[in-house]
Write a protein that binds this ligand. Structure first.
Ligand SMILES: [Zn+2]
Ligand SMILES: [Zn+2]
Length: 277
């Protein structure tokens, strides 16, 4: 593999492009030639907020590309396949993976199983058999890219809350992940979806994706209780990552409700479901 250009953390608050010699894929790895990548909120934390991510760390975990080569043991993919890679890398064999909790794989989970280095001409994908998927013909890269992180995170919030048809859902914040949670709630047949957001473009997108009501953060508790006849919602999603919003989730949920929250201790990439009451 020739030298590739890769984006790295240069110093706190600063990234730079550098040359990098990418080795051939080892056992379980695939070499992916990047065709599209993007910037995540987590990249901003890695670059600016998290001091123990050292300078030189390769940036980026959301990408789609074409398989260039595969290492030993990778049988489901071949050179030329268009793939979307998961932002969370899993081995398929550890106790967590066997439990179906691929997103917290312990093999690649030290300190966490986040993919690094996708903002590059090419990158090596660990756990290739379990951590990537072929892109269907006819789907373009811009759409497939969502499956690498934001869509799967938003959908996971709703799926892990065990949504049943007709349930009421409140989703706090309509950034990329929150919007995907709104789309997921709609997809799984939520009865009433109440989104909390004030930025006009996000409000509009939230309604397009299925929100029945979009309420402003300052009025969220009153409005949610009003739209649920003072009962509270069955599911609340904390898609912002703030203590205050998590507390507000507790205030608007009914008995035996579920709360899905962004978990900043793990770089906000996993969503935990807390059984409430
Ligand atoms: Zn991300
Ligand atoms: Zn694993």
């Amino acid at each position: 593999m020739p030298k590739v250009n890769i984006c790295v953390k240069e110093s706190k608050g600063k990234v730079a492009l550098t040359d990098f010699d990418l080795p051939d894929p080892g056992p379980g790895q695939a070499l992916i030639r990047t065709t599209l990548t993007t910037i995540c909120g987590s990249d901003i934390h890695i670059m600016s907020d998290i001091d123990d991510v050292p300078a030189g760390t390769p940036m980026g975990h959301e990408a789609v590309g074409v398989v260039e080569a595969v290492g030993e043991g990778v049988e489901s993919f071949a050179p030329g396949d268009r793939v979307v890679t998961s932002c969370l890398v899993s081995c398929g064999h550890c106790d967590r993976c066997v439990d179906g909790e691929y997103q917290i794989c312990s093999t690649f989970g030290s300190p966490m199983n986040l993919l690094f280095g996708a903002q590059a001409d090419a990158y090596l994908m660990n756990g290739a058999e379990y951590s990537m998927a072929k892109i269907p013909d006819g789907m373009d890269d811009r759409h497939a890219l969502f499956a690498s992180d934001v869509m799967s995170t938003g959908f996971a919030a709703i799926e892990r809350a065990g949504i049943r048809e007709g349930q009421t859902v409140a989703i706090f914040a309509q950034g990329a992940v929150g919007l995907c949670a709104t789309a997921a709630a709609k997809h799984y047949g939520a009865g009433v979806i109440i989104a909390v957001e004030s930025i006009p473009q996000r409000v509009e997108m939230s309604k397009r994706l299925g929100a029945d009501y979009v309420v402003s953060p300052g009025e969220a508790i009153n409005e949610i209780m009003k739209h649920t006849a003072a009962a509270g919602v069955d599911i609340a999603v904390e898609a912002l990552g703030k203590q205050e919003t998590l507390e507000n989730c507790c205030r608007v949920t009914r008995l035996a409700a579920q709360i899905a929250r962004r978990q900043y201790g793990r770089l906000d990439l996993t969503l935990d479901v807390i059984e409430h009451h």
